[in-house]
Write a protein that binds this ligand. Sequence first.
Ligand code: BGC
Length: 555
Amino acid sequence: MVVADTTAFLVGLGVGKLVDSVVRMRIRVTATALTTSLFWAAAVQRKSPFQRKDAAALLNEGLPISIAIPRVKSSKALAALAAVSSDQYDSDALPNPEVITRLNAMFALPLERLQVIVKQIISDMKTGLERDGGAIKMLPSFVTKRPSGREHGSYLAIDFGGTNLRVCELVLNGHSSEPQLLQSKFQISDNVKTGSGAALFDFIAECVRSFFQTHHALDAHDWNSKRWQLGFTFSFPVDQISIKAGTLITWTKGFTATNVIDRDSVRLLEDAFERMNLNIEVTALVNDTTGTLISHAFQNPDTYAGVILGTGSNCAYVEKFANITKFRGPPPPPGTTEMLINMEWGGFDDAQVVIPRTKYDLLLDRNTPTPGCYTFEQLISGMYIGEIVRLVILDLARTGDVFAKATIVARSPLHKQYGFETSYMSRIERDHSFDLADVKALLEDDEFEIVGATLADRKIIKAVCEMVGLRSARLAAAGVCAVVTKMNKLNGCTVGIDGSLFEKYPHYPNRMRDAMREILGISSENISLEQAKDGSGQGAGLIAALAAEAAAAAV
Ligand code: BGC
């Protein structure tokens, strides 16, 4: 039996998942047409004594009700839903249930599929630790220690690889006081992303100079007389050959700058510092996931994984050194038992055999600079999921399933690649008003210049955002489940998570936790997902400090 009262939760869960897997839980349901339809479907399945119109009336009045929904296969329920309502929906107020059914079938990831995905990720992780060239790269980070809290000194850090670049100065005082962090943030333009490599590294060096001018204006003569040590977070797949050297394997996230692939990223940055006469030595090359792990472990020593759910997506975790059988770098310090691994999980299932892909996913991938590459990331991360929603909406508009009576002006961002940002999905999902008033404002006035969209149109758009957002969270959860299982940490650990999806997208953390509960059962309660805000800058500084300690110990 499922007991339902009114509000917005059902839409967030996704119809298929609800009917498939929820047997006993309290659910709050909005009086939306989608939920009305689901109610009908369930009632039809059960031959419930409720009359359809009674049910619809109750829900439309927003009254709390209790209904009995049996455990039924989603396909059956959805077929029933389509059968009872397809010819009866009010095209201005209720979305066509057939459209919702069809889309849901494309985007749903039921538990059985998630289990297959988790198993495959674990298997690919093992392969990646044994040899290069696997689907998940499993790149050794050369970080062999987590911070003790005793670290001292002043370090610079650069965090580069998403939407913004951050320059930080981290002052560590051991246990005697909290670390101090100064930072400046700069936007990375498309020209920087797609121009020449030299221009990209000059831009980074220019940002560092501007940081000094802002934060050390009074000691302008001094700051360049000292040789600074810098941790460089370069959030791309880098094949490291030491803690401070490594070559870019491929660009991701839409970057295409020339003459960077296969070259040492540290050398390129130090050359730019020299060109700008900056007295800085890069002492640690870091991925944002390892930075996030380390900075979160600084506050919470139980942290064993760092995850990014932002512009891109990836995970680093603590692996037993003995398991990294492909390791071929300089031998780590004696007594090393663990090393952080930068998984680069964005490349999982690039062969596209495990995760069902929709025609929209395939189209998105075809239009990236590197088709077939990092397709797991495309299903999860903030750079891409808005684009998937845009492609769905355009297709529905073409077939007349949405905006049939509306006009989309030619200059609307809906017609522009990546014009539907993931932040719009957040805004749409946050609108729980009966008439989706804020979605209306967004579509008509604020951004999209769509005239004449109906309530049914808005409900379909919201349902599409929910399906794509839910799939992203469930895939991220599958990744985390694989990692904690591989680490043998089902008895308890913390995962530090940074990025706008986890931080800002409504329901995202809960959707992840729900999926983890499905996959891991009660053990999921032992895994704590914690927000790790802006950790990668601080983490790079900390890793520079650890590298300095290791260098001092080796002398
Ligand atoms: C990169 C990773 C990075 C992730 C999150 C991916 O595109 O390949 O190295 O950790 O984005 O920023």
